[in-house]
Design a protein around this ligand. Sequence first.
Ligand SMILES: C[S@@+](CC[C@H](N)C(=O)[O-])C[C@H]1O[C@@H](n2cnc3c(N)ncnc32)[C@H](O)[C@@H]1O
Length: 204
Amino acid sequence: MEASFWHERWQRQEIGFHQAQTHRALESHWASLGLQAGQRVFVPLAGKSLDMLWLATRGLEVVGIELSPLAVDNFKVEHGDSPHIDLRCGDIFDLTPESLGRIDAIFDRAALVALPTEMRKRYVQQLDRLSTRGTRSLLVTMEYDQREMPGPPHAVNPSEVQQLFGETHDILQLDYVDLLPESPKMAARGVSRLGERVYSLKRR
Ligand SMILES: C[S@@+](CC[C@H](N)C(=O)[O-])C[C@H]1O[C@@H](n2cnc3c(N)ncnc32)[C@H](O)[C@@H]1O
């Protein structure tokens, strides 16, 4: 996915991926990661997600990276500046461990699945570079028959999660939700089965 694709999506406000509420996986599963107030959570490909606010209200320090300056501006206009949310405008692939700083956890919703196959490998390598032993992640993926619809969001099945993270992470499947009943737009695009799976990852 080229940067221009995302810039255009934001310019046209074609942001169907943005949710008007916090993602349910946070309420249901975030606590199982066992983070303490004051720890630092990285939100890759952050958009203007309300999930950042939810994490910050739990006493966590949030650092997000987002390519589109419009998304970053939208977030700041809609929610103001928070001393606990550092939403940066830039390309995740340009971050270094030094520029990002230490992170304790990662929340990935609509980030891995936003990227095409080859970029997903690069993305996971970049997350590995930016994290350390013990870093915990909550990962949300989408599952459907990729032949029925081109992404994004791209389908990422458990076998791919195993391939991408298995060598470096302990992986636990936490949840699977049938998303089709609440996704009429995806159904209209031809998808006959749509699921969302939530994983807990721990970097070894
Ligand atoms: C599908 S959206 C998901 C946004 C957010 N995670 C959410 O749940 O609403 C993907 C976002 O990643 C941003 N993005 C795409 N490629 C990026 C990159 N290389 N570095 C940083 N952000 C990127 C896009 O501009 C877009 O806002």
